[in-house]
Design a protein around this ligand. Structure first.
Ligand code: ZN
Length: 242
C-alpha cells in the first residue's frame, strides 16, 4: 500500500492543495496527517476541512491543542502566539469539533504516527538531534515511526546493533533488522531553507520512504495573510523556508 504522510500545514491552503494534488499524481492510497493543521497562516477552516475530507488518519499537533484551548499558548514565541490567538477567534464550530477528537498517536501495519515524539506524545518534545532520535527509538515498537513538529525532513535509521545514523539522501529502504524514525517535514512552513512543501511517500510492502518536494503559489498564501493582518515575519518566512 502506498501511504502519503504529511504534517504541519499551519493554515496554508495553497500549499495543502498542491500536496494533495501531488499525492494523487503519485498514486497514494492512504493519507496520514501528523497534525498542526492550524497556526501561522490564515486559511484556518478551509485547511481543517480539506484534511478532514482527504486524510484517513489525522493526529493532533501542539498548535491544534492550543487552538482548541486544551492548553495555553504561554510557551509559544510572540509570532506563534499572535497567530494562534487569531486562529482561536476564527475557528468554526465544525473545525473545533473535529480537532477535539484527534488522537495523539496511532499505530497500524508496523507503523506509528505521532506529531512530536513517541516519547510521551502530549508533551511535544522535539526530536532534533541524533541523541533525541536514539532516545525516541525506545518508545515505539513498530518498524517505522513518522513524526513532524520540527518542520525539517530527516530519516534516522537504527541499525541491527541498535545504533542510530542519519540518512543523507532523501529516500531509504529499511533493510531487515533495521528500524526508522522519519520526520516528514512541513507542508505549510518548511524550515530547511527550501520553501517548497514536503511530504513523505511510503510503500508499506517494501518499507521504502522518499521525500517529495512540491512547489506551490506562495504569494497566494502571503496575500491572504497580509489582507488579514498577520505578522510580517510570518509572511516573509514561508518564502524563505525558515
Ligand atoms: Zn508545526
Amino acid at each position: 500500500m502506498k501511504y502519503g504522510i504529511f504534517s504541519d500545514i499551519h493554515s496554508n491552503l495553497s500549499a495543502l492543495e498542491a500536496v494533495m494534488a501531488s499525492m494523487d499524481n503519485m498514486g497514494v492510497e492512504r493519507r496520514v496527517c501528523l497534525g498542526d493543521l492550524v497556526g501561522y497562516c490564515a486559511d484556518v477552516n478551509s485547511c481543517v476541512d480539506l484534511v478532514r475530507k482527504k486524510s484517513d488518519i489525522c493526529i493532533l499537533g501542539n498548535h491544534d491543542s492550543v487552538a482548541i484551548r486544551r492548553e495555553s499558548s504561554l510557551h509559544f514565541n510572540q509570532y506563534a502566539r499572535f497567530a494562534i490567538d487569531w486562529t482561536q477567534q476564527n475557528l468554526s464550530k465544525e473545525s473545533l469539533d473535529y480537532m477535539g477528537k484527534l488522537p495523539y498517536i496511532v499505530e497500524e501495519n508496523d507503523l506509528c504516527f505521532v506529531h512530536a515524539s513517541p516519547k510521551s506524545p502530549a508533551d511535544w518534545s522535539y526530536v532534533s538531534s541524533l541523541d533525541d532520535a536514539d532516545d525516541a527509538f525506545e518508545y515505539f515498537s513498530t518498524k517505522v515511526c513518522f513524526v513532524g513538529h520540527t518542520h525539517s525532513p530527516v530519516i534516522v535509521v537504527q541499525d541491527i546493533k541498535g545504533l542510530p545514523f542519519v540518512i543523507e539522501e532523501d529516500s531509504h529502504c529499511c533493510r531487515p533488522g533495521e528500524r526508522m524514525l522519519v520526520n516528514v517535514g512541513s507542508v505549510g512552513q518548511p524550515r530547511d531553507r527550501n520553501p517548497e512543501s514536503c511530504w513523505c511517500l511510503l510503500d508499506s510492502e517494501t518499507f521504502c520512504v522518499e521525500f517529495v518536494r512540491v512547489p506551490y503559489d506562495i504569494s497566494r498564501t502571503q496575500d491572504t495573510m497580509r489582507k488579514l493582518g498577520l505578522p510580517v515575519f510570518l509572511i516573509q518566512r514561508i518564502a524563505e523556508g525558515r
